[in-house]
Write a protein that binds this ligand. Sequence first.
Ligand SMILES: Nc1ncnc2c1ncn2[C@@H]1O[C@H](COP(=O)(O)OP(=O)(O)OP(=O)(O)O)[C@@H](O)[C@H]1O
Ligand SMILES: [Mg+2]
Length: 504
Amino acid sequence: MLARVATFALSALDPVRVTAEVDVRPGLPAFTLVGLGDVAVRESRERVRSALLNSGFDFPLRRIVANLAPASLKKAGPAFDAALAAALLAASEQVPVGSLDGVAVFAELSLGGELRGCRGTLAAAEGARASGIELLLVAEERAGEAALVTGLKVGAIRDLQELAAVLSGNAEVRLARPTIETATVDSGLDLADVRGQPHASRALEIAAAGSHNLLMEGPPGVGKTMLARRLPGLIPPLAGDEALEVTRIQSVAGLFDGGGLVRQRPFRAPHHTVSPAGLVGGGSVPMPGEVTLAHRGVLFLDELSEFPRHSLDALRQPLEDGSVTVVRRSGAATFPARCTLVAATNPCPCGYAGQGSRCHCDQQAIDRHQRRLSGPLVDRLDLLVALANPTGDQLRSSSSASTAEVAGRVVAAHAQRNLRWPQSTIRSNAEAPEASLTDQRCLSKEALEAVDAAYARGLVGLRGRVRVLRVARTIADLREAGLTGVEDVLEALSMRLRVDGGTQ
Ligand SMILES: Nc1ncnc2c1ncn2[C@@H]1O[C@H](COP(=O)(O)OP(=O)(O)OP(=O)(O)O)[C@@H](O)[C@H]1O
Ligand SMILES: [Mg+2]
């Protein structure tokens, strides 16, 4: 007898509907599983056999062939276990075959028959809704996660016995509700703790308001790392479909514990030994890299000059496009990658270049150090800040703005953007196309002339010109102005040129 049930595989972050088919025929006892599965999928046979026997069901001593269709799609992980077990129960007439119509099952099995939660449950639920499934059955621990998807019935299942009882109509299915959200945790990091560094604080505010990339350069111990860690606190929490998008990424990457929607902006700070694949994604079954895990949040590269050049170069395309495509033998996978890049570095190997006699590096060593920072990558950084040790006055005064104050201005700037581009898919000024920025209702004639003059003098390239326009727009948003003015452009230009031009 043949039975089928729907389940889901993940292709990058997207769900793909898979049919688990099981055929039970008279013949020599055997259990064959086909359908291009990885080791975890092939091992599923052993888990299904033990789970059925330990739950008091018969394991048919006949010829069993199981298939995961479409067979051309590579499948990974243990999430097909419960679907295979359900189809096997139906094919061996232990539950009615018709009970599997309109149902999808997505969970791992323990040898004792309990259902276990799997990575990507949220994505599977989105797939179930999109393909018209009526009821998705998942492990109890991940049911709240699946129920975040509205318009889909999600059943929480403890073990195989409950699964069989629900399918046979002997038990009511326990419908899940979305997990109540946990409040966002306050990191306790306040911008008011930072003494001095007014330029860097201003750059952080602009970065938070428009998602612009930022590079901080300065001697050891001036507060670069300290400042970068305070950036997420300045950006408003995730809302609406952005929250769902980030939750789905974290669920697929195994970073999500099945709680409520993720509202906290991601902050990723990979160590400089990270590989290019770790940074942009990879693996034989492509998994998201740090740039995707930081999507809609902050990617912090501390000690930028220590990162291998090829790792940094791998970031160039994702930073430009906001997405990254990883090609492997099993196919191409595209991951979103819209994050704010914050980088920190010392100006030379000893760290004290520009600090008078404290620097022991010769010019060659300084040049070599600068060369390690990939030029094209630095060209993608909008705000360059040179930090120096705070003066005695700055140390004594406590005039730094607090996180709450700056975050308030950032919220107002975001509101200004939403007002300007209400129906648009533009989520930050850093994504804005040139045409939207140079629109007469948005940019004054004099401001455009100022940018073009900087371009004519060779101070910025074509990429730099658009990036300056974006930053200037954010600066105008921060003062809640409808029109980008010359002063906004000049501030944006000064931030872009600060390190090279040595204006600080
Ligand atoms: N501007 C500042 N205001 C207050 N405290 C500071 C400041 N700068 C540095 N500190 C203190 O020094 C410590 C080290 O600062 P931080 O790690 O940010 O330096 P850094 O610039 O990242 O140095 P490195 O180049 O060595 O990484 C901080 O934890 C903080 O206690
Ligand atoms: Mg540091």
